[in-house]
Ligand binder design. Structure first.
Ligand code: FEO
Length: 172
């Protein structure tokens, strides 16, 4: 059985992960509307990964006898002034999510809940990768996105992202 505070934080994190999926779908819709199907595809894949994160947390809670409480998901309300804006919003969002995961880890550490720490190890690593990806996209957009040819090539590159459900998920 998990400590109530840790269980509540993880339960809230399910909502944050589902919101992340929602947010990235919103980005995908924006890019699709702009005719940038590669960018749209990249964020569709990202949304699928975020949904997976929520499912992993739900499973962890269920495995530990915690009753999951699914809460209302806020609607993204972003309007973007240019093609760079969602990339920057995505990076800021991932930094925020990292801070949330870190806070849960901190609580687990304080309570010597080694099991939850082990579970969260996977997410700490994942957040590191996601922040790097988000930062790389901003760099590439600034370098190449300014002219039509560069934007076309970048769009094609992003279209190649493959959704691969994580074979090695977190320790349950
Ligand atoms: Fe699952 Fe990128 O937070």
């Amino acid at each position: 059985m998990l400590d109530k505070k840790i269980a509540d934080l993880l339960n809230d994190q399910i909502n944050k992960e589902l919101y992340s999926a929602y947010l990235y779908l919103d980005f995908a819709d924006y890019y699709a509307d702009e005719g940038l199907d590669g960018f749209a595809h990249w964020y569709e894949v990202q949304a699928q990964e975020e949904r997976d994160h929520a499912f992993m947390m739900r499973r962890y809670l269920l495995n530990n006898g915690v009753k999951v409480e699914l809460k209302e998901i806020a609607g993204p309300d972003k309007t973007f002034k240019n093609h760079l804006a969602p990339l920057e919003a995505g990076y800021a969002h991932e930094q925020y999510v990292t801070s949330l995961i870190t806070a849960i880890y901190h609580e687990a550490f304080g309570q010597k809940d080694y099991k939850t720490m082990q579970f969260l190890d996977w997410f700490i690593k994942e957040q590191g990768e996601e922040e790097t990806n988000a930062e790389d996209m901003i760099k590439k957009m600034k370098l190449f996105g300014g002219d039509a040819k560069g934007l076309y090539a970048l769009n094609r590159e992003l279209a190649g992202r493959v959704y691969a459900p994580s074979a090695t998920g977190p320790a349950m």
